[in-house]
Design a protein around this ligand. Structure first.
Ligand SMILES: Cc1cc2nc3c(=O)[nH]c(=O)nc-3n(C[C@H](O)[C@H](O)[C@H](O)COP(=O)(O)O)c2cc1C
Length: 173
């Protein structure tokens, strides 16, 4: 398999759970994006209010530095929660500063039952020169999620692994 990394943001843990599962399955590094100023965890209403507002206004909040060098990878799996029908603003920040030209990219989103369409469409728009493959949307995913949902996640990982296999050239010796 070529070099793969999972990059994600998670406010409440669902996307963290999914990203960790994918990382285990692909046996690859998993990098968590964090905002420079995270939303307050002490007031849930305010946390959701500011998060929703930042998505609606297409904010690109500054992120904490990570060790991630996207150029060191061939394949990136990008995972985000859905906020107000769209991608989370920290993932918007990441994709706006790393358009991932020429990379193979797979998309993951978690939500609580709404649509994934706009979220995935925006993500694709933010990386016009990447080769964006399959996407998977997972609703209310937790350890206790249905076997069907776990199976979809396994199938998604199989696809990423399949697409990331290095094709050996003919042995001419
Ligand atoms: C600010 C905000 C906006 C949200 N908007 C939506 C939405 O439009 N549609 C939806 O189905 N779920 C929405 N949700 C629910 C989250 O997408 C869902 O709980 C997701 O799995 C959270 O991921 P996380 O736990 O990794 O943060 C929203 C949650 C927050 C905090």
């Amino acid at each position: 398999m070529d070099k793969t990394v999972v990059v994600y943001y998670s406010l409440d843990g669902h996307t963290h759970f999914v990203a960790s599962k994918i990382g285990e399955r692909l046996e690859c590094p998993v990098i968590r994006l964090r905002q420079h100023n995270e939303f307050s965890a002490t007031n849930t209403f305010l946390k959701y209010f500011w998060a929703g507002k930042s998505s609606v206004f297409r904010d690109k909040p500054p992120l904490e530095d990570t060790d991630l060098d996207p150029d060191a990878y061939d394949t990136l799996v990008i995972a985000t929660p859905v906020w107000a029908g769209n991608l989370s603003s920290p993932v918007r920040s990441f994709l706006s500063s790393h358009p991932l030209d020429g990379k193979r990219v797979f998309l993951v989103a978690t939500n609580s039952g709404g649509s994934f369409v706009k979220c995935f469409a925006t993500m694709r728009k933010l990386m016009p020169k990447a080769s964006v493959g399959e996407e998977i949307g997972l609703v209310n995913i937790t350890e206790a999620s249905s076997p069907a949902q776990q199976q979809s996640l396994d199938a998604f990982c199989d696809t990423v692994i399949g697409r990331s296999q290095v094709v050996e050239g003919p042995n001419l010796s």
